[in-house]
Design a protein around this ligand. Structure first.
Ligand code: SF4
Length: 315
């Protein structure tokens, strides 16, 4: 389909951007299905057990009918990881044009709800496009000639919050923020648990928020951070979130969080910024790699958080 001399073609980028966007809307990833199934099996509250069964049934019906698995599109977005040796015919402008076209076409073809509007006038172009929409975030990887395109449909209205903690707040402060975050969004009816909670800890304010969203959306459920201290805290926060007893859709139950993922960034010595994002019951993500020879490989694991992406020193 392409030759290495010209690079990955704009048309192929469009086709893959279209396919992952469509799959994300329809097909619940396998790690989500497994986690919902496990939650259904161990749920002790009858209503929560019933709803979890319906969530699993809905996931099957969405695939059978080739229709979106949630009526609320959320906000479609892309994460793109680019190998350092990858070449794109037309460059990154061609890539972004392809992804924007894909969002507009998928919105029309599978009747995604057009959620993106002007924030003041509420004008709706009807295609989930607009100023800074869709979000496209990038990361890079050495020694690769491929491009990974990850589509996420992130429930848009709830779950993300930020707080500036200080070093003396310690893990107690982190736990307090998690409980405040979960209670606040449940109280306002803006939560659709069970969720995957992403925590961005450290960095700058904007990094904390971005990392929390990536942590929620771009790691498989059950995956643990390589730093053992962080991994222990992930387990503690998951148990704490489930002790709230909010349960599926807030009806009361054993599973409120399918998992908690923490990503850390080195931060100012005087502070401990923290952000939380919740990836809702509409667990929507699809991943594909485009190789330099045009071969396309779909897979489950986003492989977003590589050793290189989390590097500490110069290299
Ligand atoms: S929060 Fe998630 S599950 Fe709830 S309506 Fe929005 S997209 Fe659907």
């Amino acid at each position: 389909m392409v030759s290495a001399s010209t690079g990955i073609s704009q048309e192929l980028l469009y086709q893959v951007g279209y396919e992952v966007n469509k799959r994300a809307a329809i097909v619940v990833p396998q790690d989500g299905l497994t986690a919902f199934g496990n939650a259904w099996e161990r749920e002790s509250k009858p209503l929560a057990h019933f709803i979890l069964g319906k969530i699993l049934e809905n996931a099957k019906l969405a695939v059978a009918d080739a229709r979106p698995m949630c009526g609320d599109t959320g906000l479609p977005r892309y994460y793109v990881k680019v190998g350092n040796e990858a070449r794109i015919d037309g460059g990154f402008v061609a890539l972004e044009r392809s992804l924007r076209r894909a969002v507009a076409d998928v919105t029309q073809d599978i009747q995604l709800r057009a959620n993106r509007v002007h924030p003041l006038t509420r004008k709706n172009p009807g295609n989930n496009l607009g100023v800074f929409a869709p979000n496209i975030d990038y990361s890079f990887e050495p020694d690769g000639d491929w491009i990974d395109i990850i589509a996420v449909h992130k429930g848009g209205l709830f779950g993300t919050d930020y707080r500036m903690l200080f070093p003396a707040d310690g893990t107690d402060g982190i736990k307090r923020f998690l409980l405040d975050n979960m209670a606040e969004f449940a109280r306002r009816g803006l939560s659709c648990p069970p969720v995957v909670v992403g925590v961005g800890l450290g960095g700058t304010k904007d990094q904390a928020v971005s990392l929390s969203k990536e942590a929620a959306c771009l790691r498989l459920i059950g995956n643990r951070h390589p730093d053992p201290d962080v991994a222990v805290l992930e387990e503690e926060l998951r148990e704490l979130a489930n002790k709230t007893g909010f349960g599926v859709m807030g009806v009361g139950g054993d599973t409120t969080a399918l998992d908690v993922h923490i990503e850390i960034a080195y931060t100012h010595t005087g502070g401990m910024p923290i952000a939380i994002s919740q990836f809702c019951t509409a667990y929507r993500r699809a991943v594909a790699r485009i190789h330099a020879d045009g071969e396309v490989e779909f897979r489950e694991d986003p492989l977003w958080f590589t050793d290189y992406y989390r590097r500490e020193g110069i290299d």
